[in-house]
Each structure stands twice: as structure tokens, then as C-alpha cells.
Design a protein around this ligand. Structure first.
Ligand code: PLP
Length: 370
């Protein structure tokens, strides 16, 4: 699905040098690279504060902790996402309220979001799935009207840009009160281990997040709140500094591969190629197709005999998972997610795809879906 080795080969010299420098400095924890990466990412995103942390799941948890929510407060998020989003809501004893998604963009359905709001709703976590922003204009407007915090899960969409009706352009993760991301190796800005970050333009929330990542400490050995231990390693920060410089070029390579796929599948009426959200750019964390009436797992098996990876993101709706299901979530309230889980499949999507590989992949898919 990704070619981390091919990508590494192109920046090997620079990365090896940076990693060795960190090792020789022995500043493994909170070394200078962590701070300089933070500053560089703040500049790139045009956001006031970046708070690095240990992974994208921690970033979500810390963001929700920082908002000072109380057990039983409801947090709305989408049913069709990676489990981490829902998991942290539950861990904090908040009540996850899942809503169905839009069949075209796979992001939160705005009408369903509106209907899910109750007096207990305190936050919404729009997930910018597969690389493009949710309908933030509407989500921000509705949230403001209802006094709801917005925490953007940007794990799959770092670098994606959203244009508001008034012409303002903002990066994914910088529009709500807080944004979170993951630097997991296969993410668009991936390090060589685990990593994550929190974004905010709010000075007060930034101070709280910085304290939470460091055991809730205010000044040395004075603890003002419960926190966690969540740090980005210096080695990972040094690698991320190098990869951040290539992020736009990586997004362009992913878009080029997506265009090849789009063209190859355009004439097959059974296949729905990714629909672009008009106000957002797409950074193609995943290239995900919808094909009703085709057994995705049979396709996956067929492609694997040809040496082509194919993944189903996501095969099981979250509202049906033993860990998250509740009485109030009814299967029939999620027609889109239910159908998508049966009909989506994702093809290899990364920065190193060649036309030759793309030709082989698309011809093989079309051999199965005629
Ligand atoms: C990857 C991912 C996360 C979690 O990131 P980790 O760094 O693996 O903890 C959260 N949300 C979404 C949508 C993701 O894709």
C-alpha cells in the first residue's frame, strides 16, 4: 500500500545524517529538533501553536482532556473512521455519538450531525477522511450556534487546504478549536516510528495541552491537573523536519497517481472514483473506490495473487463493534456506512508509484471488474 523504502532512498543521506547527529548529541528526549520541527510546522500550517506528542491517538485524547469535558458529555463523530477517534471519547468517559457519512466524500453528513445535537453535546470531532476536509463551513457554523467545540482529526489530511465562502484558505486541523494529527509511518507526513501533534490558535488551550502532555505540570514539579506522558522523540522530530520540506511534493505525487487511477476507471460504470469536496484540496492519504455488487474480499484475493496490495478501509462500522455499541445506536441509522463497509476498497497510494505500476494495478482491477 505504501513504499516507505523507496521514499527513504531519495532522502537517505539527509535522514541518516540527522539521525546520527541526534544519537551523538544524546538529546533523545525534548532535544532541539523537537522545538524547531514544532516551529516549522506552525509556519507551514499558519497556526499559532503546534504541540508535539507521542501519537495521533494521544493527540485526540489530550485535545478532549484540554476542553475540560465532564463524564457523560456527548461528543459527536463519524461512524466511518479509524477506531482511535471513538476509543478516546470512551476512555475519557464521554459519550460517543456516531453519525452517518456522506456517500460521496465519506466525511460526516451535515444533516445527520445537526440531528444528533442534544443539550449534552459539547464537542464534535470531524474526521477529514482519506485526505480531504469535511464540510468545515457548515460544521463551524452549526457548532458556533450550539456552543460546541470542534476538534478536527487531521491524521489522514495534513496539508489539505480548505477555502471558505469568504475566500479565506486554511489548512486542515487549523479551523476548529483544536486539530490533531498522526505521524505514523504510513501517514502523509510519517516518521519512522510513532508520533503525533496537536494544533491550536488559542493560547490558553495551548498552555493546557502543553501541560497535559507533560504529566499536567505547570512549573517544574507543580502539577495543576491530571496529565499523561506523551512526547515526540527527538529522532522522529529530526526525520519529520526533513520530510516536512517534501510534503507538498509528496501531495503532488499522490494527486498524480490519483489522476491516473481516475482516468483508468472513468469508463467503468460499476466503479465510483473518489468525489472531490469542492472547497477542499485532496492529499490522497488513501485512494478509495466504491463498487456495489462486487465482493471486495474476492477482489482483494485476486489482486494479491498478482502481487498487488488492496485494503478495505473500513470493513466493519464502528456502531456494530463490541467495544463501542450502545442501545441508542441503531443499525438502520447508518445506511451509508453500512453500505460503504461492504463496497469500498483502497488501492496502493504513495509517493513512489510509477506509470508502469499504475498500469498494471488498474488493468488487474479492470480484469476483475469488467
Ligand atoms: C491513524 C489515525 C489515528 C491515530 O493515529 P496513531 O498515531 O496511530 O495513534 C487517528 N485517527 C485517524 C483518522 C487515523 O487515521
Amino acid at each position: 500500500m505504501v513504499d516507505l523504502k523507496g521514499q527513504y532512498q531519495k532522502i537517505k543521506k539527509e535522514v541518516d545524517k540527522a539521525v546520527i547527529e541526534v544519537i551523538e548529541s544524546t538529546a533523545f528526549i525534548n532535544g532541539p529538533e523537537v522545538h524547531s520541527f514544532q516551529k516549522e510546522l506552525e509556519t507551514y500550517l499558519g497556526v499559532k501553536h503546534v504541540i508535539p506528542c507521542a501519537n495521533g491517538t494521544d493527540a485526540l485524547q489530550i485535545a478532549l482532556m484540554a476542553l475540560g469535558l465532564k463524564p457523560g458529555d456527548e461528543v459527536i463523530t463519524s461512524d466511518f473512521t479509524f477506531a482511535a477517534t471513538v476509543e478516546v471519547i470512551g476512555l475519557l468517559k464521554l459519550t460517543p455519538v456516531l453519525v452517518d457519512v456522506d456517500p460521496n466524500t465519506f466525511n460526516m453528513d451535515i444533516e445527520k450531525f445537526k440531528k444528533a445535537i442534544t443539550p449534552k453535546t459539547k464537542a464534535v470531532v470531524p474526521v477529514h477522511l482519506f485526505g480531504q476536509c469535511s464540510d468545515m463551513e457548515e460544521i463551524l457554523r452549526i457548532s458556533k450556534e450550539n456552543n460546541i467545540f470542534v476538534v478536527e482529526d487531521t491524521a489522514q489530511a495534513i496539508g489539505s487546504k480548505y477555502t471558505f465562502n469568504n475566500g479565506n484558505v486554511k489548512y486542515a486541523g487549523t479551523m476548529g478549536e483544536i486539530g490533531t494529527t498522526s505521524f505514523f509511518p504510513s501517514k502523509n507526513l510519517g516518521c519512522y516510528g510513532d508520533g503525533g501533534a496537536i494544533f491550536t490558535n488559542d493560547d490558553n488551550l495551548a498552555t493546557i495541552c502543553r501541560s497535559i502532555v507533560n504529566h499536567g505540570m505547570a512549573e517544574r514539579y507543580y502539577y495543576t491537573r491530571l496529565g499523561v506522558n506523551s512526547r515526540l522523540d527527538t529522532i522522529q522530530a529530526a526525520i519529520l523536519k526533513i520530510k516536512l520540506k517534501h510534503l507538498d511534493e509528496y501531495a503532488a505525487a499522490r494527486n498524480k497517481a490519483a489522476e491516473y487511477y481516475d482516468k483508468a476507471f472513468a469508463t467503468n460504470s460499476k466503479i465510483q472514483t473518489p468525489v472531490r469536496e469542492k472547497k477542499s484540496t485532496h492529499v490522497f492519504h488513501q485512494y478509495t473506490l466504491v463498487c456495489d455488487g462486487v465482493d471486495q474480499f474476492a477482489l482483494q484475493k485476486f489482486l494479491s495473487t498478482k502481487g498487488i496490495p488492496c485494503m478495505i478501509y473500513y470493513p466493519v462500522p464502528l456502531h456494530t463493534q463490541d467495544a463501542y455499541k450502545t442501545e441508542s445506536m441503531k443499525h438502520e441509522d447508518f445506511p451509508v456506512t453500512n453500505q460503504l463497509c461492504k463496497s469500498v476498497f483502497s488501492l496502493p497510494m504513495h509517493t513512489e508509484l510509477t506509470d508502469e505500476q499504475l498500469k498494471y494495478i488498474t488493468e488487474s482491477v479492470l480484469e476483475f471488474i469488467k
